[in-house]
Design a binder for this molecule. Structure first.
Ligand code: HMG
Length: 388
């Protein structure tokens, strides 16, 4: 029996800022962003959107071809928590009308926790192969205005159904792990924006890649040259190029830059235009690969490197299942991105500075999202969601 990703879809907000607008205000060349970090746009959420509405929107198309009663567990990965106690996934469970015997829990470890969720889901399915686990990863990346991280902001959610005999990609049992207590990026409970030591964080990312890959090889994993494509955690898309150079070095592989670039190019398209979506980004990279690879991916081996600052990292792999193209949501993803509205820099500032009311009153949220779900109000500190 194989276990892996049976269905996958992503969602992002309907607003974006082109990084040229940011570069113009900063009086620098847009190519620092377009080329230097490999990002074109950043997704910005409206006041009535959050990790719950994005995750529910990402999951919606998966329910068309799945018996809801088979969903045994919902794992919600995020570092943009909306409550210190209640799991964000419980709101999604309600919005999607999932069965009451479906257990729900939230997981956190920076951008890594969606991968912990995928591995836990595979273990649950191994015990009860007729069951499915819904893994949701949803985040809003926010840094201080004028900080080095500002241009790498973004937002997005991905939904995956993990099951036996999957239609899309079989996950291999080997996995390499690396954990180290470091302060490269973090967000104390009292802050709405992350703190980051930018250059140090990229160094730690590459160190964690080296260590997790070495452990993956020790566990019997496929070597770099046996992999056809790589999906990396993408804080910004140029990070994949740096990671490819590092991985080739670790495996003493002498491939040229063009070959290494072709192994990641189709995984970058969506992330270039939505920005960092933290937990979701590596799996939005997988959706991008499915939606953009020119060749038939059936039988191709994909390597995954998941990184969460702080830090925990994991390297694993999978094999694409023949016939995967019949189960993709490509048109839906492309239509969603084409329908987005561009913000001016002034509008971006207004969106950025919006604060959720915290006074315990009854507050209706401005109607801004065009997505299927919205945060309708905050009523005596309770978040009230609705379908649009
Ligand atoms: P910076 O320091 O402002 O940028 O921000 P820079 O000066 O290093 O320039 C970036 C690149 O652009 C350089 O190329 C420049 O040469 C090039 P590189 O040296 O990298 O090859 N450049 C140009 N290229 C073309 N035309 C031009 C031009 N000008 C310059 N005109 C930094 C970079 C990554 C520090 C910043 O974006 C940042 O702080 N980002 C946030 C932290 C981050 O994303 N870290 C990544 C690793 S940690 C991680 O992935 C975890 C995370 O997702 C969080 C989590 O786990 O929850 C962040």
């Amino acid at each position: 029996m194989s276990i892996g990703i049976d269905d996958i879809s992503f969602y992002t907000s309907n607003f974006f800022l082109d990084l040229k607008s940011l570069a113009d205000v900063q009086n620098i060349e847009a190519d620092k962003y377009y080329q230097g970090i490999g990002q074109e746009r950043m997704g910005i959420v409206g006041a009535d959107e959050d990790v719950v509405t994005m995750a529910a929107a990402a999951a919606l198309p998966l329910l068309d071809s799945c018996d809801k009663a088979s969903i045994d567990t919902l794992l919600f990965a995020t570092e943009t928590g909306i409550d210190q106690s209640k799991a964000a996934g419980v709101f999604v469970h309600g919005l999607l009308g999932l069965p009451s015997r479906c257990r729900v829990v939230e997981l956190k470890q920076a951008c890594y926790s969606a991968t912990a969720a995928v591995q836990m889901a595979c273990a649950i399915v191994a015990r009860e192969p007729e069951r499915k686990v819904l893994v949701l990863a949803s985040d809003i990346a926010r840094y201080d205005l004028t900080s080095s991280g500002e241009a790498t902001q973004g937002c997005g959610a991905v939904a995956m159904l993990i099951g036996s005999n999957p239609r899309l990609i079989e996950i291999h049992p080997q996995s390499g792990r690396y954990t180290e207590d470091v302060m490269d990026f973090w967000r104390p409970n009292y802050r709405s924006t992350a703190l980051v030591d930018g250059k140090y964080s990229t160094k730690i990312y590459l160190k964690a890649l080296k260590q997790a890959y070495a452990d993956y090889i020790d566990q019997g994993g496929a070597r770099f040259e046996q992999l056809d494509y790589l999906c990396y955690h993408l804080p910004f898309s140029r990070m994949a190029e740096k990671a490819q150079t590092q991985l080739a070095r670790c495996s003493e592989n002498s491939s040229d830059a063009a070959t290494r670039s072709a192994m990641v190019a189709p995984t970058l398209t969506y992330n270039r235009t939505i920005g960092n979506s933290y937990t979701a980004s590596i799996y939005i990279g997988l959706v991008s690969l499915f939606d953009h690879a020119a060749e038939d991916l059936s039988g191709k081996r994909v390597g995954f490197f998941s990184y969460g600052s702080g830090c925990v990292a994991e390297f694993f792999s999978g094999t694409v299942v023949a016939g995967y193209r019949d189960s993709l949501h490509t048109q839906r993803h492309q239509e969603m991105l084409e329908a987005r509205t561009e913000l001016t820099y002034t509008q971006y500032l207004k969106f950025y500075n919006f604060e959720i009311p915290a006074d315990g009153g009854d507050h209706c949220m401005p109607e801004q999202t065009t997505g299927p779900f919205r945060l309708a109000s905050i009523d005596q500190h309770k978040r009230i969601y609705c379908a649009r």
